[in-house]
Design a protein around this ligand. Structure first.
Ligand SMILES: Cc1cc2nc3c(=O)[nH]c(=O)nc-3n(C[C@H](O)[C@H](O)[C@H](O)COP(=O)(O)OP(=O)(O)OC[C@H]3O[C@@H](n4cnc5c(N)ncnc54)[C@H](O)[C@@H]3O)c2cc1C
Length: 404
């Protein structure tokens, strides 16, 4: 096997969690070459999880939840500048302003963007209909969430649940619309979804299940007045949030030869792949933009959309740039958390894979839940509410499988 020649210059596209972790890991591993970090947002790297939680509910205007920058990063920052093209044969990234950045190694860490477009002629933030992905979205939404207003949240996944909970905490009337029979059914199953639905209702949220929004209505001033649901019912609302998931932000790779359907496909060392399965020379991908093989799913590649995956994949992708085949295979056990109504939900593994859910504890009064997920009789995930300490044992059992 020929020796790996580490790149002399690395470009990281995406100045957020995965990109920063990749940059940090490169320096920690002794990379001394030129490091350029490109970010479409003008903000220094910040953390997204607080944006749907305390950032919305804090009484005082919150500080930006900046990610700590390590000493000695020695990076050239190109912020407020989006990459628009990749030529993987000449190894050049082109920015919107025409700047061309040659690279020896490239980290694709462009994350994801909020999905919208539930209805035709969808109103936007100026009319009171928001999506939530970045710090600017959160600032605008925060200003609109004033007590006494009526908030409609479309989509009862984790983000929708957190925003609905924040709305209640701020004293708004909140309606939460879920497409399934219970919130989160596809992600974590009916048992957990029913439990979470109960928590929402106990908090005073008007949870509507099995329906979605068919049309928004605006008044003469252009502001939101309400929505018509697919089942015909009308809802009055002053503010709406579309919480319909996120799509990998990979449009800038069009024409590069990389087919980023649901994320940039990678091998088990985070190397980006062409459609024929060959690796894209010098290119790795990490975080919400990447579709990485999951050992628990028999190697099927998935974009997880989880904070921990973005952080771990960013660091692992950097090691691959430096070590190539000598870098360890990426086999971290996925994990996720969500906070709402004063409880913390945590999961490990891939609950959505399970064909059997075992409920080990379900105490509605104490707001405690512990379940495990199994596929073909084998553990694939676990989830707790108010029982975080129980997850360590599940994580160990799953790690034995993923490293084996
Ligand atoms: C509101 C919110 C709450 C969340 N809460 C939780 C939680 O409680 N628990 C949890 O596990 N996960 C949570 N997540 C998910 C977690 O934050 C993400 O998984 C994580 O941010 C992914 O990191 P990333 O670096 O891959 O992508 P991102 O954080 O999306 O960053 C990608 C960066 O790339 C930039 N970019 C995009 N396109 C380009 C381009 N063409 N050129 C240059 N730059 C570009 C973007 O502007 C962005 O700054 C939450 C996410 C959101 C939005």
């Amino acid at each position: 096997m020929s020796a790996v020649v580490p790149p002399r210059d690395v470009v990281v596209v995406g100045a957020s969690l995965a990109g920063l972790r990749a940059a940090t890991a490169l320096r920690e591993a002794g990379f001394t070459g030129r490091l350029t970090i490109v970010g479409a947002e003008r903000h220094a790297p910040y953390d997204r999880p607080p944006l749907s939680k305390q950032f919305l509910t804090a009484a005082e205007a919150p500080a930006d939840p900046l990610l700590p920058l390590p000493d000695g990063l020695r990076a050239r920052w190109l912020l407020g500048r989006a990459a628009v093209r990749l030529d993987p044969y000449r190894r050049i990234v082109t920015l919107a302003d025409g700047t061309r950045l040659p690279y020896g190694g490239l980290v694709i860490a462009t994350g994801a963007a909020a999905r919208s477009g539930v209805v035709d002629d969808e109103p936007g933030p100026d009319q009171g209909v928001f999506t939530l992905r970045g710090r600017d979205d959160a600032m605008a939404l925060r200003a609109a969430l004033t007590p006494g207003r009526r908030l409609l949240v479309v989509g009862a996944g984790f983000l929708g649940g957190e925003v609905a909970a924040a709305g209640r905490a701020l004293g708004l009337d909140v309606t939460l619309v879920a497409a399934g029979a219970v919130p989160l059914e596809r992600a974590v199953g009916r048992e957990v979804g029913a439990f979470v639905g109960m928590l929402h209702r106990e908090a005073g949220i008007d949870l509507r299940t099995g329906t979605t929004v068919a049309a928004f209505g605006t008044g003469a001033d252009g502001g939101l007045k309400g929505a018509r649901l697919a089942d015909g019912r009308l809802l009055a609302a002053d503010v709406a949030v579309l919480a319909l998931g996120a799509a990998p932000a990979t449009g800038w790779l069009a024409g590069s030869g990389i087919e980023a359907v649901d994320g940039v496909p990678t091998d088990s060392r985070l190397r980006a792949l062409f459609p024929d399965g060959t690796t894209v020379p010098g290119v790795v991908a990490a975080g919400d933009a990447a579709r990485v093989p999951q050992p628990l799913a028999g190697g099927a590649a998935t974009a997880l959309g989880h904070w921990a995956a973005a952080a771990e994949q960013g660091a692992a992708a950097a090691r691959t740039l430096l070590l190539g085949e000598g870098a360890p295979v990426f086999a971290e056990v996925p994990s996720f958390w969500s906070d709402f109504h004063g409880v913390r939900l945590r999961s490990v593994g891939l609950p959505a894979l399970g064909d059997l859910v075992k409920v080990h504890e379900c105490d509605r009064d104490a707001r405690r839940l512990e379940v495990s997920y199994h596929l073909d009789g084998r553990l694939v995930g676990a989830l707790t509410i108010g029982r975080t300490s129980r997850l360590a044992a599940y994580r160990r059992a799953l790690a034995e499988r993923t490293s084996g």
